[in-house]
Design a binder for this molecule. Sequence first.
Ligand SMILES: Cc1cc2nc3c(=O)[nH]c(=O)nc-3n(C[C@H](O)[C@H](O)[C@H](O)COP(=O)(O)OP(=O)(O)OC[C@H]3O[C@@H](n4cnc5c(N)ncnc54)[C@H](O)[C@@H]3O)c2cc1C
Length: 465
Amino acid sequence: MSYDLIVIGTGPGGYVCAIRASQLGMKVAVLEKRATHGGTCLNVGCIPSKALLHASERYAEAANGFADMGITVNPTLDLAAMLAFKDQGVKGNVDGVEFLLKKNKIDTFQGTGRIVAPGKVEITGANGDKQTLDTKTVVIATGSNSVELPGMPIDEKRIVSSTGALSLQEVPGRLLVIGAGYIGLELGSVWERLGAEVTMVEMLDRIAPGLDGEVARQFQRILAKQGMIFKLGTKVKSVATDGKICTVTLEPAAGGAPETLEVDVVLVAIGRVPNTEGLGLAEIGVKTDNRGRIVVDKRFETSAPGVYAIGDVIDGPMLAHKAEEEGIAVAEILAGQAGHVNYDVIPSVIYTAPEVASVGKTEEELKEASIAYAVGKFPFTANARAKVNRITDGFVKVLADKETDRVLGVPIRGADAGTMIAEAAVLMEFGGSAEDLARICHAHPTLNEAVKEAARAAEHRAIHM
Ligand SMILES: Cc1cc2nc3c(=O)[nH]c(=O)nc-3n(C[C@H](O)[C@H](O)[C@H](O)COP(=O)(O)OP(=O)(O)OC[C@H]3O[C@@H](n4cnc5c(N)ncnc54)[C@H](O)[C@@H]3O)c2cc1C
């Protein structure tokens, strides 16, 4: 069988690319080594983590937040049922991808793919059987894996990666999370809400690197109020476990006296590395950079003609929607269209309570680039809907070019920030100004009115403040 396109990996980058290519008339096959489609995101990433964040947030709300509304409940936790709720959500999503691949007449192969020569992809099935497919082009969408700390092997029971942390069979009394990025903060929040004492250890002197500094500081204060313990500027020297207890040795990143902690579970969430193992890249001349990412040009083509790469395996934020955009862009490029991705407008969201979302530049980045900017800020304490629902934590910040008024960045900390950020992304994609945003009629009473008011505040004319 000969194909126009073979996509290796059916995560959000790969399956979206395959569907778009099929829509554009190509004969497409996908290879996936997992038993189910959807990649990290649907199986062990975005989707299961959001299911647990949703369920644990409801649990915490029922325990602490309902009484004010006149609802008295005394919730009890059935962790096995909560994990089954998560698994059902995952199944619904991965089944959905299988349906979409079928509907788009894409051939699916289960097994590990390797590019053995230009236009030839070998698949090794679970039983070791091999077959080779012919294709005009290949898109590598093999994603990423969690980073392990040297000398601290992941057993997914006591020392876990994000995958193990999504399936702990009991709530740990004490959970230590190494790495205060979004994965560590989200999964730390889940177990903290379910009753664990959570300690976040971070080498940097701040949480959520890449997020607007002011938002990150306030975000940390809120999480600390919820019960999280932060040890910033701190390095983990060693973790040892006897299968029951983990003994963790920490020391200040800048040097100093070590301290020892005993915890029940350690979650290692220090980042992810591109997954290129066994693809045969060196043999066919595909270059990687010093961080193991596949190097591509503006058309997502690698140094081997006819071989393309997208998603977590190349440079850029490791986010599902970034991988999807690249999947669509490369399919359109292969069909002779002008596919492209605007890397200046890729929103990112941390799905804690409250959520934190941002798009575009941070204040720190604007200062670094010597771009003069105006700041408009509006707190949810002054938003009618937030006040009546008692979700007043947080604010919207609009950063606009001082000269042109074009919106350059919007961070939001507050309930539903992840949904609200979309309007900032739409505006920025169209090159809109703070005045444009301020003049758009927003429904009342909605949390989004705070976005409009922040845009008005950029020109010192907020109404409700
Ligand atoms: C806990 C967690 C939470 C996350 N939450 C979010 C979130 O809320 N929002 C967000 O945007 N992102 C989130 N992410 C990141 C997101 O999951 C990734 O950015 C996204 O999955 C990358 O998509 P991808 O298609 O590049 O790769 P992946 O989703 O990693 O898919 C790659 C696929 O390729 C397969 N594969 C690899 N090698 C081969 C081979 N040789 N042959 C055949 N198949 C192969 C793998 O089995 C895998 O299924 C989260 C990640 C984690 C771990």
